[in-house]
Design a binder for this molecule. Structure first.
Ligand code: PHE
Ligand code: NA
Length: 525
C-alpha cells in the first residue's frame, strides 16, 4: 500500500537501533531505583533468573513474530498476530502493541525532555553552590510547573525532535541517530563509571567509598528470595528494559528481510542492553549517591518518585568535584540519558506509524506527525498534573501491567497455537548462531508457566491499585490539611487518567475493527 518498501540500511544499523530501542531511561534511572527499593543484592538474583527464563525467550519470540508478519507486509502487532492465527481474538490482543507504545511514549517523552533541560542547566551553572535540598527543590519546582514556560518549552522541543527524526524514516532517521547515539552513550557511561569508582570516603565530602554502594547491589542476599513483590519488580524491570511485551521489537523486526538472521541479532541487542544495565546502569547512580548520602538516605529518596533520583542528586554530587568536572559530568550524564531516551522513544513511534501506513494508507511523514500529535495530547495530563500521580499511573498500567498481559498471550499464541515446531523453524531460519535447543522446551513450557505465575500473583496488587488502597491508607494517616487535599485530588486525577487510557485502548480497538473490515472488503486478508 505504501509507495516504497521500507527496510534497514545495514546490519550494524539494525542492531544498534534495536539496542537503542532496549537501552533507555530504564537502564539508568529505573533499574537502580528498583534495585535499591527491593533490597539491592536481594533483587539481583530474581532479576537474572527473569532475564534467562523470560527475557531471552521473549526476545527470540518477538523477533521471529516480527519477521514473520513482515513477510506479509504487516508492521504492527494486531495484524502480525493475525497472520499467525486467524481467530479474531488475536487482533485485539495485538492492540496492546500499539496502545503500550503510545501511552508509554506519552510520559517517556516528558521524562526525556528533562534530560535536555538538565544538560542546559549543567552548562549554565544553575546548580553551582546549591545545597542538596536546593538541587532537589529545583526538580520539584520544575515538574510542579513553577516555571511553566521552560518545562513546556523543553517538552515541545523533545516532541518535535522525535517527530522530525521519525519523519526521516528508518534508515534515514532512526538508524542514523542510533549509530551516533549508542557509541556516545557507551563512552559517556564508561567515563562516569570511572568517576564513580573513584569516589572515596573523606574526599570532596564523600562519606563512603564507591564499594559500599556496589556491595549493596552485588552481594547476593537470599533473605527475600521468596517475596512475590521482589519477583514482580524483577520481572517488570526485565520487561521494561528489554522492551519485550511492548510491540516495538516486533515492529522493528518486521522490516528485516525474510531470510536474514534474527537469532544472533536478538542476542546481540539483548545482551548489549544487559551490559549497559547491570554494568553501566549499576555503576553510576548507586555508587555515587550512596558514596555521598549513604544507603538509608538514598533509599528514602527513592521512596518518593524514584525516577527523579538522577535529577535530584547527581547534579549536586557533581558540583562537589569542582566546576570543570561538574560541567563535564553533567553534560555526559544528561547527554547519555538523552541518547538512551531518544533511541527508545523513536522505537515507540514506529508501531503506531506502521499501523497507520499499512491499514489506512497514510504517507510516512503524516504518520510521524500523527504520532507526535497523539503523544502531545496524551502526554499533556502527565505534564500538567505530574504531582497528582498521573505520570506514575501511566507507568503502572501501560509500562508495567500491559507488558505482562501482552507477553503472556503472545507466547501462548507462538508456542501453542502457531505451534512450537513452526515457531522453532522461524527462530532458526537464517540464524547465524546455533540456538541452544533447550530454548525450544523453555519457550514452550517454562516461559508461559513462569509468566502465568507472575501474572496471577500480581493480581492482588492490581486490585489494590484499582481501589487506590495506598492513597486511602495515606489519607487515613495524614493530618496535614494541605497534604489531605492533594491526596483527595490525586484520587480524582488517577481515576481520570485510567479512564483516559481505557478510552485510548478502546479507540485503537475500534480502528483495528475498521481496518479489518476494510481489508476484507479489499480482499487483502
Ligand atoms: N526499553 C526502554 C528502556 O529501558 C523503554 C521502552 C519502552 C522502549 C517501550 C521501547 C518501547 O527505557
Ligand atoms: Na533498557
Amino acid at each position: 500500500m505504501t509507495a516504497k518498501v521500507e527496510s534497514w540500511g545495514s546490519r550494524v544499523g539494525l542492531i544498534l537501533a534495536m539496542a537503542g530501542n532496549a537501552v533507555g531511561l530504564g537502564n539508568f534511572l529505573r533499574f537502580p531505583v528498583q534495585a535499591v527499593q527491593n533490597g539491592g543484592g536481594a533483587f539481583i538474583v530474581p532479576y537474572l533468573v527473569c532475564f534467562l527464563l523470560m527475557g531471552i525467550p521473549l526476545l527470540f519470540v518477538e523477533w521471529s513474530m516480527g519477521r514473520f508478519g513482515g513477510k506479509y507486509g504487516h508492521h504492527s502487532t494486531p495484524f502480525i498476530l493475525d497472520s499467525m492465527d486467524k481467530r479474531k481474538f488475536w487482533k485485539y490482543i495485538g492492540v496492546f502493541g500499539i496502545f503500550t507504545n503510545l501511552a508509554v511514549a506519552a510520559y517517556y517523552c516528558y521524562l526525556e525532555s528533562w534530560t535536555l533541560s538538565w544538560v542546559w542547566h549543567s552548562i549554565s551553572r544553575t546548580f553551582a553552590g546549591q545545597s542538596q535540598d536546593e538541587v532537589a527543590g529545583f526538580f520539584n519546582s520544575y515538574v510542579g510547573l513553577e516555571m511553566p514556560f521552560e518545562t513546556i518549552f523543553f517538552w515541545l522541543v523533545c516532541l518535535l525532535l522525535n517527530t522530525w527524526i521519525l519523519s526521516k524514516g528508518l534508515s534515514g532517521g532512526v538508524e542514523k541517530v542510533a549509530k551516533i547515539g549508542m557509541p556516545l552513550l557507551i563512552v559517556f557511561g564508561v567515563f562516569l563509571a570511572i568517576m564513580a569508582f573513584n569516589v572515596e570516603a573523606g574526599v570532596a565530602g564523600a562519606i563512603n567509598d564507591a564499594s559500599v554502594g556496589l556491595n549493596f547491589l552485588w552481594t547476593p542476599d537470599f533473605s527475600t528470595i521468596w517475596s512475590p513483590k521482589v519477583w514482580l519488580a524483577a520481572a517488570g524491570q526485565i520487561f521494561f528494559t528489554l522492551s519485550v511485551g511492548m510491540g516495538s521489537i516486533q515492529c522493528y523486526a518486521s522490516y528485516v528481510k525474510k531470510n536474514d538472521d534474527i537469532a544472533l541479532n536478538a542476542m546481540s541487542a539483548g545482551w548489549m542492553n544487559e551490559f549497559v544495565e547491570v554494568v553501566l546502569g549499576a555503576a553510576i547512580i548507586i555508587p555515587i549517591s550512596v558514596g555521598y548520602l549513604g544507603v538509608d538516605k538514598v533509599l528514602e529518596m527513592t521512596q518518593t518518585g524514584g525516577l527523579g533520583l538522577g535529577f535530584k542528586t547527581l547534579p549536586f554530587l557533581f558540583e562537589q568535584w569542582g566546576t570543570v568536572l561538574a560541567i563535564l559530568c553533567g553534560v555526559c550524564w544528561f547527554g547519555l540519558l538523552f541518547f538512551a531516551g531518544v533511541t527508545s522513544s523513536l522505537a515507540m513511534g514506529t508501531p503506531v506509524m506502521g499501523f497507520l501506513k499499512d491499514e489506512f494508507g497514510w504517507k510516512h511523514k503524516n504518520a510521524a506527525w500523527a504520532f507526535g500529535g497523539l503523544v502531545f495530547i496524551l502526554g499533556l495530563p502527565t505534564v500538567l498534573f505530574f504531582n497528582y500521580g498521573v505520570f506514575d499511573e501511566y507507568d503502572y498500567w501501560a509500562g508495567t501491567f500491559s507488558l505482562v498481559v501482552f507477553a503472556f498471550f503472545e507466547i501462548i499464541l507462538f508456542a501453542w497455537i502457531f505451534g512450537m515446531d513452526k515457531g522453532w523453524k522461524e527462530i532458526t531460519t537464517g540464524a547465524d548462531i546455533k540456538v541452544p535447543s533447550v530454548y525450544k522446551f523453555i519457550i514452550k513450557y517454562v516461559t508461559p508457566l513462569f509468566l502465568g505465575v507472575v501474572f496471577f500473583s500480581s493480581l492482588p496488587g492490581v486490585w489494590d491499585k484499582i481501589i487506590n488502597k495506598d492513597i486511602y491508607q495515606k489519607i487515613a494517616t495524614t493530618t496535614d490539611p494541605k497534604e489531605l487535599e492533594l491526596l483527595n485530588e490525586t484520587i480524582l486525577f488517577v481515576n481520570a487518567s485510567r479512564l483516559l487510557l481505557l478510552l485510548v485502548f478502546l479507540g485503537i480497538s475500534y480502528l483495528v475493527f475498521v481496518a479489518y473490515k476494510k481489508r476484507k472488503k479489499e480482499g487483502r486478508i
